[in-house]
Design a protein around this ligand. Structure first.
Ligand code: NDP
Length: 332
């Protein structure tokens, strides 16, 4: 499968170009950047044959089967809609769009055109999270009571830019990290968070956007979820805990792009370290996308999954701004 990159981004450079090429029969053949110089340099650095500033150059190239969109968030909607209209399958970065309504427009367009639209939620591709989900679905934890998520990190210097000062490009820790936590919870539980309370902070790093948030969610089956996302915590480390009537999972350093971290299962029988597959998260995302395009239509995270994680993030933002308990609006 030949891929066109829409966006000369850091995530493509650090993870996705390698992940695409690690899948046998896949290559990156072109990149679109708004800057001709950056596009050219990026293409040369990564051994990509063509660079262009024109989206239609990429989409009209008969050699491109699918596109990977990793521009800033406000561009995802117009670029995905143009790619879908050109008949290209789309793997789009999170958050899928700036609003749930826009994400719904993308999902509908892809469905109508028979195009695969996937969201690049990497965590549900991690061996660690697949193993934790397996403990839940096989009943090792009994009935799930609560989940605690620790996702407060120090945003690396080279990723700051629009994330900390540009709400119009989708900056802020809520669109950046809450969507991942929402997707992980949905992936574990197979249900959608319903109600949310939250408080946010800004100013330590974020200018005009929030840089820290804590929230509590409830699900229809009565699970409570406590989450903490931040750009400003150098030493907190990440983790997730799932507590059930028969057991608890305590996982540390797993809310990350790398296949790392420790998982401990604690039950009445004692404590057990859980082993898991150490495969590359992004390679699996590409592989599942390819299987979806080939016929089973089910990427690791669909467009609807991207819409729903965004709906949770929108509700967290609304709850934090209003101080009111907020019902998540999945847009019907
Ligand atoms: P970047 O800031 O690296 O790239 C976004 C855009 O910024 C690029 O498309 C590029 O525009 C422009 N840009 C890149 N480098 C420069 C530069 N040196 N000077 C000026 N402009 C530049 O963003 P990220 O890669 O961090 O994020 C891109 C998307 O991917 C976001 O939607 C983000 O949420 C998502 N993401 C997802 C992750 C995941 O694990 N799923 C992890 C990280 C990000 P142009 O293309 O026009 O050249």
């Amino acid at each position: 499968m030949n891929w066109g990159l829409i966006g000369a981004s850091t995530i493509a450079s650090e993870h996705m170009i390698g992940a695409i090429r690690a899948n046998s029969g896949h290559d990156v053949v072109s990149v679109q950047s708004s800057s001709p110089t950056r596009g050219k340099e990026y293409a040369a650095k990564h051994g990509i044959t063509a660079s262009t500033t024109s989206l239609s150059d990429i989409l009209n190239g008969s050699d491109v089967d699918a596109v990977y969109i990793s521009t800033t968030n406000e561009k995802h909607l117009p670029q995905a809609m143009t790619a879908i209209a050109a008949g290209k399958h789309v793997l789009c970065e999170k958050p899928l769009a700036m609003t749930v309504a826009d994400a719904a427009t993308m999902v509908r367009a892809a469905q109508d055109a028979g195009i695969v639209l996937a969201t690049n939620h990497h965590l549900r591709n991690a061996g660690s999270h697949l193993a934790i989900r397996n403990l839940i679905t096989t009943g090792r934890l009994g009935e799930v009571l609560s989940i605690r998520i620790f996702h407060a990190v120090m945003l690396p210097e080279h990723l700051r830019g629009w994330r900390i000062d540009n709400p119009l490009a989708g900056g802020g820790v809520i669109p950046d990290i809450v969507v991942h936590d929402a997707d992980t919870v949905r992936f574990y539980l197979g249900e959608d968070p319903a109600d949310i309370v939250a408080q946010e902070l800004s100013g330590a790093m974020g200018v005009d956007v929030e840089d820290s948030v804590m929230s509590v969610w409830t699900t229809p089956s009565g699970v409570t979820v406590q989450t903490h996302e931040s750009f400003t915590h150098p030493f907190a480390g990440s983790g997730i805990e799932v507590h059930g009537t028969k057991g608890s999972v305590i996982a540390r350093n797993v809310m990350t792009q790398q296949p790392v971290g420790d998982i401990l299962l604690r039950t009445a029988s004692g404590e057990e370290s859980i082993e898991y597959s150490l495969h590359n998260l992004y390679e699996r995302s590409v592989s599942k996308f390819a299987t979806a395009v080939a016929g089973d239509r089910q990427p690791a995270a669909t467009g609807v999954d991207g819409l729903k994680s965004l709906a949770v993030a929108e509700a967290v933002k609304k709850a934090a701004v209003t101080g009111q308990r907020t019902t998540v609006d999945y847009g019907g």
